[in-house]
Design a protein around this ligand. Structure first.
Ligand code: G3H
Ligand code: ZN
Length: 278
């Protein structure tokens, strides 16, 4: 019985100068593998389901959410359940009843004033329904198959003064920041702007969240945590491990051999990335 509140996991990590790893799941095998990896390290973990992954399930949230919740309940480490990159207000409003303890509301693509207005109303709803809420300011590129934004382009980074105002005016519990990472990288070659991270850590009094973490080498992940990142979102690294394992072990009929190989590979990836943060 170890379904945990994401907010409590993040705050406990922050108090210890650490970060919680949060992995995006698509299949049941992802959820099983992430939990097995976390159990190997003895660390808490967050399972997150993105709006994109719900779309893959024909828009049905409950089947995969309930399966992930059951995996969390059976885990030997605390596991949070988080609804990630939500743009749809309808999906947001299903979060509490589907067992999620937290959500990330993503209006980062909108101009500042609209991002603030929609995020504030999402935060009001989330808090009234007992959910911890994360939002994003300064867009981390490469979402939903979009071409990666140039993380070095002007305006592609989170501005510390804007971030301070955004958090105070929206009431969110955590902030995803654009500091040089980008989503969906299949090589671990990205580099973060550590000077900007230091300024953001000083300016913002809620935990900071790193997105697009699959593209970062271990040294950058460790430096991000040392610099104040408290939740680290990882998705593509699992999918790379899964796909490689399936390609290698593909059998003509029975899916169990290649899904076993995929789960084993994702477990190793999850354990290694959790260890890199701590
Ligand atoms: O919210 C999800 C993450 O930002 C995952 O990004 O797939 O590039 O690791 P990634
Ligand atoms: Zn993300």
């Amino acid at each position: 019985m170890t379904l945990a509140a994401t907010g409590e996991l993040v705050l406990a990590a922050a108090a210890a100068g650490r970060a919680v790893a949060a992995f995006n799941i698509i299949t049941l095998e992802h959820a099983e593998a992430v939990i097995a990896g976390a159990e190997q390290t003895g660390k808490p973990v967050v399972l997150q389901l993105s709006e994109n992954a719900v779309r893959f399930r024909d828009g049905r949230l409950l089947p995969i959410a309930l399966a992930a919740g059951a995996c969390a309940e059976a885990a030997a480490v605390p596991v949070g359940l988080h609804l990630d990159h939500v743009k749809s207000p309808e999906l947001l409003r299903q979060a509490a009843d589907a067992g999620f303890g937290s959500v990330m509301y993503d209006a980062a693509h909108l101009p500042y004033a609209e991002n603030l207005e929609t995020t504030r109303s999402a935060a009001d709803w989330a808090h009234a329904n007992g959910l911890w809420i994360e939002a994003e300011l300064g867009e981390v590129g490469g979402k939903n198959g979009a071409a990666p934004l140039d993380p070095h382009a002007p305006g592609a980074r989170t501005d510390p003064d804007e971030a301070r105002r955004f958090v105070a005016d929206s009431g969110v519990d955590a902030l995803a920041v654009a500091i040089g990472s980008t989503h969906a990288m299949t090589s671990r070659t990205a580099a973060l702007d550590h000077i900007l991270l230091a300024r953001l850590t000083k300016a913002v009094d809620v935990p900071l969240v790193l997105h697009g973490s699959s593209g970062l080498p271990d040294s950058e992940l460790a430096a991000a945590v040392a610099g104040g990142i408290r939740k680290v979102n990882i998705g593509t690294a699992l999918n790379v491990a899964m796909t490689e394992a399936i390609r290698t072990h593909l059998t003509p009929a029975d899916p169990r051999p290649y899904l076993t190989a995929a789960r084993t590979a994702m477990t190793a990836t999850a354990a290694a990335m959790i260890s890199a943060l701590n």
